[in-house]
Design a binder for this molecule. Structure first.
Ligand SMILES: Cc1ncc(COP(=O)(O)O)c(C=O)c1O
Length: 303
């Protein structure tokens, strides 16, 4: 028999079958939830959550942007995350904090009248997202990344991800593995749920915050690791054409980790296979998350 899994829900460990919300509740009907995505790894000295404090901090910033008043402190959410991984006896796993209005009924403005917010934190095994031997084929999407004039690109709002889903469907229908979204200004932004890097003449280039990207924690880790490895890193606007002519490209994200891109709009990148800089960064990143690099121990919270 499968072991019972628990979800932390408003200070209680609830068996997952009972951790439910109503079909007519606000987050289900109007995508008004907010979330975070974190990973824990079986590291050298035990199970370790990667950059837990940064993820919790971003969750609370998302809540502020969404005007949601989370009734828990940052410290309590960090402890709850550790507790849910421990309770489920997990090693490598994905962690999904979710904030939502529990108010019942379909009225759109219900949360205006009753703005109470609930938080649930689930943890479960989750393989590397979109992993493909030899790397991903990509398509520049006809959908643009949301801008601050519509929603909030800096926040992990559930509502943002409908645009991501449209782009993913479109890429799949075109026979590609993943989409790349441009910003309103036509510069490269990111994947549906990943940041993007290109490599040109040994220089690592990634779009800046102003390109309406989510400020990824993996992106930040890769920038630091790359600089420590002596690579030049530029955060600047990337033109669509640069995607076609770069030597290498890859996605970063908690779910996808580091995943090479081998073609964009049917233009092969480099040799049409994962490049050396991508491979070096991937190997180093995996050593970091598994606690094999002492100098990055601060990024690990042991369970
Ligand atoms: C839109 C978007 N961009 C980028 C990322 C990568 O962010 P992180 O590395 O913090 O997981 C994510 C995933 O959270 C995302 O949803």
């Amino acid at each position: 028999m499968a072991t019972q899994q628990y979800i932390w829900m408003d200070r209680k460990m609830v068996p997952e079958q009972k951790a439910t919300i109503h079909i007519l509740s606000h987050p289900v009907q109007y995508a008004s939830g907010i979330f975070e995505g974190t990973r824990a790894f079986k590291a050298k000295k035990g199970t370790a959550i990667f950059r837990l404090q940064d993820h919790t901090h971003r969750f609370l910033n998302t809540a502020r942007i969404a005007r949601m008043n989370i009734p828990y402190s940052e410290g309590e959410l960090n402890n709850a995350t550790i507790a849910v991984v421990a309770k489920n006896r997990l090693g490598d796993c994905y962690i999904r904090p979710f904030g939502y209005y529990p108010v019942k009924g379909v009225g759109l403005t219900n949360p205006v009248k009753d703005p109470r917010v609930s938080v649930a934190i689930a943890a479960f095994p989750f393989a590397k997202y979109l992993e493909k031997k030899g790397g991903l084929t990509c398509k520049v999407s006809s959908y643009r990344k949301v801008s601050s004039s519509m929603l909030s690109p800096r926040a992990k709002l559930s509502a943002n991800y409908m645009g991501s889903l449209f782009a993913s469907f479109e890429a799949k229908e075109a026979g590609c593995d993943e989409a790349i979204l441009l910003s309103e200004s036509g510069h490269v932004a990111e994947g549906p749920a990943e940041n993007i890097f290109i490599v040109n003449d040994g220089v690592l280039i990634t779009p800046p915050g102003a390109a309406n990207i989510l400020m990824g924690i993996t992106r930040d880790s890769i920038i630091k690791i790359a600089k420590d490895l002596g690579l030049l890193v530029e955060e600047r606007n990337i033109h669509r054409e640069e995607l076609y002519t770069c030597d290498e490209a890859f996605f970063t994200g908690t779910a996808i980790e580091i995943e090479p891109i081998i073609s964009v709009d049917e233009r092969k990148l480099g040799g049409g296979k994962p490049g050396p800089v991508t491979q070096m960064l991937n190997e180093t990143y995996m050593q970091v998350v598994r606690g094999e690099k002492e100098e990055y121990e601060d990024w690990l919270t042991y369970v």
